[in-house]
Design a protein around this ligand. Structure first.
Ligand SMILES: C[S@@+](CC[C@H](N)C(=O)[O-])C[C@H]1O[C@@H](n2cnc3c(N)ncnc32)[C@H](O)[C@@H]1O
Length: 289
């Protein structure tokens, strides 16, 4: 089920267009969650009889997909995204694996999310785990945490997580690729066709410290990924710093140069990314649960 089907206050149209355009390639080229992170999240849900997951900025459903197989008892998934195209991809990925687990797709900006009122006789399914994977930086963070405090179960956990991008990764091949992008688009990191990237004003930890979920632990999961040059180009299509529309008519020229550069750096056809996937797990302090 998807709701609502009426317009709601959302992101600037330009940002929504960015996610809409990336939805199909995103499903194909974005890496999933590393096993270490999946185990960490699964452990939170394991002892609950009918665990409920609320995933904010679900994209193509990577988080619910991973937890559906890691937590067989998962009873309900509430997947929220501002992009209907992303929600379509999430539906296609999740429906075949749902089994007895139920799914609601919610087209909403995360901070204004509210669950549907239960029908008479139906129980409220407060989330046991609220996740933001590679999505919190797009959102009104304090608003999201206040919303989580309104809707989540008393002993729920909030997980804010993600890894860097190939823009921030520090290896010879990613540095060379970044320099090539900068040659085409200028030195500043782009964030869509109209904006430059700006660092968040506050850290996630500062947002959490000021929220109800101020009992926080950090978990770092090392990940080694190997990319084929063509996969890197596919990945770039999904980013806000090298999406095709940023290059306009020079996109083909950029891709030709990028492919040559990536092949030159590849060893046995592969490019290696040593990344760290960071999970901030946050709970309400003991006395407040
Ligand atoms: C980089 S993707 C991450 C998708 C997924 N969580 C993953 O890890 O693969 C960010 C997602 O957040 C969504 N998004 C951005 N701002 C949002 C907001 N304010 N509320 C809800 N979703 C939002 C985008 O549409 C996009 O699907």
């Amino acid at each position: 089920m998807t709701y609502p089907d009426v317009p709601f206050p959302g992101l600037p149209p330009e940002q929504e267009a960015l996610f809409a355009a990336a939805a199909a390639t995103y499903a194909r080229y974005r890496p999933g969650l590393p096993d270490g992170a999946v185990h960490l999240l699964a452990d939170i849900l394991r002892d609950r009889s009918t665990p409920v997951l609320l995933d904010l900025g679900t994209g193509t459903g990577q988080v619910p997909l991973a937890l559906r197989s890691a937590v067989p008892a998962l009873a309900h998934i509430e997947a929220v995204d501002v992009s209907p195209q992303m929600l379509d991809q999430a539906r296609d990925a999740l429906v075949p694996v749902l089994g007895r687990c139920t799914l609601t797709l919610v087209h909403a900006v995360a901070d204004v999310y509210a669950p549907l009122a239960p029908l008479p006789g139906e129980e409220v399914r407060a989330p046991d785990l609220v996740t933001c994977c590679r999505s919190y930086h797009w959102m009104d963070g304090p608003g999201v945490l206040a919303m989580a405090d309104r809707v989540a179960a008393p002993d729920a956990a909030v997980a804010i997580m993600g890894d860097g991008s190939l823009w921030t990764h520090d290896a010879d091949w990613t540095r060379a690729l970044r320099e090539l992008i900068q040659r085409y688009l200028g030195a500043e990191r782009r964030a869509g066709t109209r904006r430059s990237y700006t660092e968040p004003r506050r850290s996630y930890e500062e947002d959490l410290a000021d929220s109800a979920f101020n009992d926080v632990t950090e978990h770092l999961v090392p990940v080694t990924r190997t990319w084929a040059p063509q996969e890197v180009l596919g990945y770039l299509h999904t980013t806000s710093f090298a999406a095709p529309e940023l290059f306009a008519e020079r996109h083909q020229a950029f891709e030709d140069e990028a492919l040559a550069l990536l092949h030159a750096h590849a060893v046995d056809g592969c490019l290696v990314e040593e990344a760290t996937f960071r999970v901030l797990l946050a709970r309400r302090p003991e006395g407040a649960r």
